[in-house]
Every structure is written in structure tokens, then in C-alpha cells.
Design a protein around this ligand. Structure first.
Ligand code: HEC
Length: 224
């Protein structure tokens, strides 16, 4: 009799344990059934990252629109910053920096009689010649665009100033350098217009939603 009782107790305890596990599973299932998709939606988090990335991309100036109406006098005034090291007269002497007459479209590191840094000579692999975009990048942050350059100049961050300056450089011996056709994909003349940035952000959101859905579907069967 006492033996039966013992087995009953053991069997009962076992059943109790199984019952407890089932209850926990049900409760846990009820909780987790709703939560994982929500959590996965936030966890993937790519739309925000993509939007931030898109916002950081600075569109290059739309030279075709902006250069013909650039302010040459303002560009000449901005060139005062460069004049400490550069002469821009035709046939003018090299100074701390090379003569810049006709520099737009001129092969990089090519001016006779100037001892360019290895960094600048090596940069010919990136830009064989000074295109408008190349000049724009270089003048924005010389040391970042051509690491190791001996042009010790912090750079001009203000886009309108750079555009006027580049228009002035072109007017000094580079008027033969063609102005490209207007390109709406580039920076509009009025800085800060939001439209071109909206398109890449929307485009990035669509595929990412797909990723989030896939992740939710994949986890759903595992939850219960
Ligand atoms: C402190 C002196 C200094 C100032 C200021 C300076 N530069 Fe320079 N620049 C140099 C030197 C030095 C080089 C040669 C760089 C090298 O060899 O790495 C150079 C190179 C260049 C080149 C490349 C020329 C070529 O033949 O490949 C351009 C373009 C240029 N500078 C434009 C400018 C402009 C535009 C400004 C004004 C916004 C400016 N620089 C201000 C010293 C200066």
C-alpha cells in the first residue's frame, strides 16, 4: 500500500511538473506571439540608417546651371585667400604653390618648374586633370581629398564661395574648358532645397521594409 502511495506521489509530481511546464509555455507563447514581430521591426532599424546615410551625401554642384551665373568679382575676392601662395597671371612665377593660370582642366601636378609633393603626383591616378568636381573637392578640404599634400590650407566649406572662386579660376586662362549641361540630379542653385534628398530616402525605405517583413516571418514559427 505504502509502495503504491509512493508511486502515486512520484507520478503526481511528474504530472504537476508537466502541467506547470505547459502553463508556462502557454503564457510565454501568449506573450511572445505578439512581441517578436514588433521587436524585429525596430531591431532591423535600417530605414533610419539608410536615411541618415542619404542625408550625409552632399550633392555635387550643378555646374551647368550655376557656373554661367556665378559672381566672378566675388570669386576674385575669394582668391585673396589663395594669393598668399599662388600667382594666377599668365606666365606668372611659381610661389609657395604652383602658378594657377589655366588650372581648370590642366593635368594635375603638371606645372613646369614646381616641385609637387609625392601625394599630389600620386593623385594623378585619381584625377588625371583638374575637373570642376576635382577642384571643388580639393578646395573644400585639400588635406582630406589629397592626403599628404603640401598645400597647407584648411579649405573653403562654403559652397557658393567655392563656386564663385572656381568660376574665377576658369576665367583666368581656362575659358576654353567647357561648362557641362545642367544636371537636375546635382545640387540645385538654392542650397537647402529638400527635394533631391527625399527621393533616395524613399527609395531606401521600400527594400528595407521587405527585409523587416522577411525577418518577422522567419521568427514567427519559432516563437510558439
Ligand atoms: C599656404 C599656401 C597655399 C594656399 C593658401 C593655397 N595653396 Fe594651393 N597649393 C599650395 C601648394 C604648396 C600646392 C602644391 C601641393 C602639393 O604638391 O602637394 C598647391 C596646389 C594647388 C593646386 C594644384 C595645382 C596643380 O598644378 O596640380 C590647386 C588647384 C590649388 N593649389 C588651388 C588653391 C586655391 C584655389 C587656393 C585658395 C582657396 C589655394 N590653392 C590656397 C599652397 C597653397
Amino acid at each position: 500500500m505504502s509502495g503504491d502511495l509512493k508511486w502515486n506521489k512520484i507520478f503526481g509530481a511528474g504530472l504537476g511538473t508537466v502541467f506547470a511546464i505547459l502553463v508556462v509555455q502557454q503564457v510565454a507563447g501568449a506573450i511572445y506571439k505578439t512581441e517578436p514581430p514588433e521587436k524585429m521591426g525596430y531591431f532591423v532599424d535600417a530605414p533610419e540608417a539608410a536615411a541618415a546615410g542619404a542625408a550625409e551625401v552632399v550633392l555635387p554642384p550643378d555646374w551647368g546651371t550655376i557656373l554661367p551665373v556665378a559672381d566672378l568679382a566675388a570669386g576674385e575676392a575669394a582668391f585673396a585667400r589663395c594669393q598668399a601662395c599662388h600667382n594666377i597671371a599668365a606666365g606668372g612665377a611659381n610661389q609657395i604653390g604652383p602658378n594657377l593660370y589655366g588650372v581648370v582642366g590642366r593635368p594635375v601636378a603638371s606645372h613646369a618648374g614646381f616641385a609637387y609633393s609625392d601625394a599630389m603626383k600620386g593623385h594623378t591616378a585619381v584625377d588625371p586633370a583638374w575637373s570642376l568636381d576635382a577642384l571643388d573637392h580639393f578646395i573644400t578640404a585639400p588635406g582630406r581629398y589629397v592626403p599628404g599634400t603640401k598645400m597647407s590650407f584648411a579649405g573653403l566649406r562654403d559652397t557658393p564661395t567655392r563656386v564663385n572662386l572656381i568660376a574665377y579660376l576658369r576665367s583666368q586662362g581656362s575659358t576654353g574648358f567647357p561648362i557641362p549641361a545642367p544636371d537636375p540630379a546635382r545640387q540645385p542653385p538654392v542650397p537647402g532645397a529638400a527635394e533631391p534628398e527625399a527621393a533616395p530616402a524613399d527609395g531606401a525605405a521600400a527594400p528595407t521594409d521587405g527585409v523587416a517583413d522577411t525577418a518577422a516571418v522567419q521568427t514567427a514559427p519559432a516563437a510558439p
